[in-house]
Design a protein around this ligand. Sequence first.
Ligand code: AMP
Ligand code: GLY
Length: 422
Amino acid sequence: MNVLVIGAGGREYSIGMALKKDENVDKLYFAPGNGATDELGENLTISDFNELADFCEANGVDLTIVGPEAPLVDGIVDVFDNRGLTIFGPTASAAQLEGSKIFMKNFLARHNVPTAKYIETDSIEEAYKFINTLEAPIVVKADGLCGGKGVIIAQSHDEAKKAAGEMLSGNSFGDAGTSIVVEEFLDGYELSVFAICDGEDYVVLPAAQDHKRLLNNDEGPNTGGMGAYAPTPLVNDEIYRKLDERVIVPTLKGMKEEGNPFKGVLFIGVMVVNGEPIILEYNVRFGDPECEELMPLLKSPASELFYKAATGDLKSAEIEFYDKYAVGVVMASRDYPYKSSEPAEIIVDDIVHDDLESNAHISFAGVSRGDDGKLYATGGRVLVCVGMGDSIAEAQQRAYMLVGQVHFAGKQCRTDIAYQAL
Ligand code: AMP
Ligand code: GLY
């Protein structure tokens, strides 16, 4: 089959790698792709949803997989559905689970899915009143999409009130913050759990753990994610069972009952507090960099997983994963996450080590191909070095060996990815 992947990051590159090694896949396209996806397939410069659908019709694209949230929230799936094209991802209406924190929190409450105590409001008085009932730290969130920056963990009541005031006046996040969620702080450890859903049935992928802070020991500012690993030993059968019973099943049932059957990736941000999984948030796409570790763990053909999910046929799929671990280390540019950096040429040393050659690889993200044909670091998160192994320690060692082979001016990375598991 011919497959189109929408997006430009390391996440989409890793989906592309999984499709590339899949015998069922003939032609592979990316829109827009990045400076390295052109080695896996063909990059398209089309962004309009109807024009993308035209392309798929004209070129016999059998399946489109959407990576990022923005086109989902903007309705790419609705356009493709209307034209009878097969696409993997939720409709705009179902994508509100990520697009609106208020929609998500109210949905969780309606269906008794465990989540932090909260209110949603557009009134500063109400926000203040609720803040007074909580103990610090207190969490204040803008309603809309803010590229992962709309969450403030306030260390005092005053700080929480200030954050709420700034969001509601439109000063901090514009329209995305004209309604807010204020919620209690959950103290535990965080997991990223992904369920591939076809509207009714689902497949849960090995649980991952992301590292959101820029610096070792989870210090420094929040980022899109500086590295991840999977499967994490911080989850056990009991937690998986609770996630099935209390979270995934009621969510898929609730979405269907409310006329929004959920097809796509349900990304469950979980905080485990005293052994109980509590939902922090939903996203409607793969995490980045979690996807870069999960795709190489997938043993079944990627096209089978995504095509069957997109066509409501997951029940007939037998999805298998390798009994291995993957660790991914993000290499970022000098000024990430504050500002963009000058383009820098990327040099990857020849890998002469057989062991590394077959157990580690790069997923390229913020890279562009120069007119000279060379690869340049042009984004914040430039690439992810992924190591595979029979243990987390082995996978981690291979990932960092690969990091040592990659050079570009200003490169930075954490040196402790997967530390919580070791
Ligand atoms: P979100 O965009 O809702 O995932 O929030 C971003 C990050 O803020 C999460 O990954 C958590 O690390 C943190 N966070 C969000 N809500 C809470 C909460 N109620 N308690 C503790 N940490 C939170
Ligand atoms: N790695 C977290 C995210 O993609 O939101």
